[in-house]
Each structure stands twice: as structure tokens, then as C-alpha cells.
Design a protein around this ligand. Structure first.
Ligand SMILES: [Mg+2]
Length: 278
């Protein structure tokens, strides 16, 4: 344990277990972000797609579009992962074998009604001054491209890698997308940080690629209550607020706490077909 005063006289607290992450963040030249539930809330995408799908079905069946949308959103609020489209179709006496594939087509090809929060925009503004920015995202290529467009990420100089370019086998934690984004950024792995939300894949891939990893456990995220299955899947550090994330990444604050939030992991066992997984 070390402590003391810095050159400007401010107190340096003992680093202890956080020394590796602290020195890593200080040395970092590039920050690579995950997309879904990291830069924006994926539930907003699900709801926006559900609205489009409900209105499309209503138009085909001459039903009230507002009522159709309201009922489907209510199903999703009950459970985003337990076949909300199928339950909604059955309530309307519509055969899911006929309608579900067409609803999913509308859902996947809709123009997403999603946006970046003010805090994330500020974070990206600040980081872009001194860091290189990367984006590495799983999910169907066209769907992810539409999200990037809707979020207007072209406002920042992101190196963007869609892991679906290698097909499903290229999704995280496959090493290729991590290595590719680092190559495009021209930054060695040990001088980069990956920021993601999903302990099933995000941090394992980053660790294997030699990157530092941070979990942004944002409120309302689909994996916010998921615990890493083993230590290899755990991030080096985690936070629940974009404010703290910004302060740590910009060197204004040293990482001090790791959330002890626990969970049954119940939600993850219920994964259905609407999140970025399908
Ligand atoms: Mg994610």
C-alpha cells in the first residue's frame, strides 16, 4: 500500500488493488466502446422496433394502431425476454408461425428511435480531445449500422468494427474484432481500454486481446444484474454512472469502488429474440 502527496500537494490515497487499473487508464491512448447498453439503452431500441412492428401488423389487419402499439409495449414491459411478440399475436388471435417472422423483419429493418444521453455525449466530447475512439459491436450487421446512424456517431472519429462481418463466429469474445479495432486505431492493446456491459463476452475478449476492461453497469441495461460466470469474464473495474466513468477515463478520479451488486442472473436465462443476440 502506498500513499502520499502529489507535486501539487493533493493527497494520493493508497492504490492497493486498483493500481493496475489506475496505471492502465493513465497510460491509455484509446477507448473502445461496446454499443448496446453501453452508449445507449437497448430497451429503447426494443421499444422503438416494437412500435414499428405493432403498427405494421395493425395496418395489415385493419386494427387500431395506437391500441396495437400500447398492448405490445405492455407485453414488453412485463418481460422483454419471454416472447412478447408471440404472446401479443396470440392475444390478437393471429398465428405466430405466420406473423412472427414478418414482425421480426419489420423490427430488424426499422429506423431506430434511439439517441445518446447528454452524459454520454459529454463523455465522448471530452475523450475525443486526447484519446482515440473505437466502437466494437456484436449483432446483425444492418441492424447495428442503423443504430450507429440513428445515434449520429459520425460526430466523433470512431474506428468502427462490426463483428458480424466475420459472421456469427466472429462475435465477441472472438479475438478478431478486438484485434481489428486496435489495428485500425494504431494503438497497442496495453494502451487501450474496452468499455462494455455484458459479462458473458465483453471482458473475456478484451482480456484475451490484452486490453484493460471496464464494465458500465448502467441502470436499465439488459445485463445490469448479471454476474460474471468466472473471474476471466469479470471486468478490471466497473461503475454504474457515466459521470464516474468520465472522471476515471479522463484521469480526474481514481477507481475506488467495485460494486458488490448481486443478482440471480434470472433475466439472462430468459433471453428471447429481441435484444441484439438474434
Ligand atoms: Mg452491450
Amino acid at each position: 500500500m502506498r500513499g502520499g502527496l502529489t507535486a501539487d500537494g493533493s493527497l494520493v490515497e493508497p492504490l492497493g488493488a486498483f493500481e493496475p487499473i489506475l496505471s492502465g487508464v493513465r497510460a491509455c491512448e484509446a477507448v473502445v466502446f461496446d454499443l448496446d447498453d453501453t452508449l445507449y439503452l437497448e430497451r429503447d431500441y426494443v421499444r422503438s422496433g416494437a412500435r414499428a412492428a405493432a403498427r405494421w401488423v395493425a395496418a395489415q389487419t385493419e386494427a387500431d394502431p395506437d391500441e396495437a402499439e400500447r398492448e405490445l409495449l405492455a407485453q414488453i414491459s412485463r418481460s422483454i425476454r419471454r416472447d412478447p411478440f408471440g404472446r401479443w399475436l396470440r392475444r390478437r388471435s393471429l398465428d405466430p408461425r405466420v406473423w412472427l417472422p414478418r414482425m421480426l423483419d419489420v423490427y430488424r429493418s426499422h429506423r431506430p428511435g434511439i439517441e445518446l444521453g447528454i452524459g454520454v455525449q459529454r463523455l465522448l466530447e471530452r475523450l475525443a480531445r486526447k484519446h482515440k475512439l473505437g466502437l466494437l459491436t456484436d449483432g446483425r450487421l444492418e441492424q447495428q449500422r442503423r443504430k450507429v446512424e440513428a445515434l449520429r456517431l459520425e460526430r466523433w472519429p470512431f474506428a468502427i468494427v462490426y463483428s458480424d462481418e466475420w459472421g456469427r463466429q466472429g462475435w465477441k469474445p472472438d479475438l478478431r474484432p478486438y484485434q481489428t479495432v486496435l489495428e485500425r486505431l494504431g494503438v497497442p492493446a496495453e494502451r487501450s481500454v474496452y468499455v462494455g456491459d455484458n459479462p458473458a463476452k465483453d471482458f473475456l475478449g478484451a482480456r484475451r486481446a490484452g486490453m484493460l476492461s471496464i464494465r458500465f453497469r448502467r441502470r436499465g441495461g439488459l445485463h445490469a444484474h448479471t454476474q460474471p460466470g468466472c473471474s476471466e469474464n469479470a471486468p478490471d473495474w466497473e461503475t454504474t454512472t457515466v459521470y464516474e466513468l468520465e472522471r476515471v477515463l479522463t484521469g480526474q478520479k481514481r477507481p475506488q469502488t467495485v460494486s458488490a451488486a448481486s443478482s440471480s442472473g434470472r433475466e439472462d436465462r430468459e433471453i428471447g429474440g429481441l435484444a441484439s443476440a438474434p
